[in-house]
Design a protein around this ligand. Structure first.
Ligand SMILES: [Zn+2]
Length: 76
């Protein structure tokens, strides 16, 4: 999920499924609150997981396995 965050207003948008949604919220927010200026530190927050695909799980397992092997080899 994606949220637009404005540190100047200390506010964060509702979560959007697509990054584009949060970015468009940012455009509207800047237009309404900041006269189309870009507040310093504004950002798009990414939270939670974006529905992992089958391949992503395999990749995550592979990375976790490699990390574990590295850890074990350091201990020995
Ligand atoms: Zn703002």
């Amino acid at each position: 999920m994606f949220r637009y965050d404005c540190p100047l207003c200390r506010s964060t948008s509702k979560p959007y499924l697509l990054r584009k949604g949060a970015e468009e919220k940012g455009v509207r927010h800047r237009s309404q609150r900041h006269d189309d200026m870009h507040p310093e530190g504004e950002s798009i927050l990414v939270e939670g997981f974006t529905v992992p695909q089958r391949g992503d799980w395999k990749m995550a397992a592979l990375v976790a396995g490699l990390l574990l092997m590295g850890l074990v080899s350091k201990l020995l």
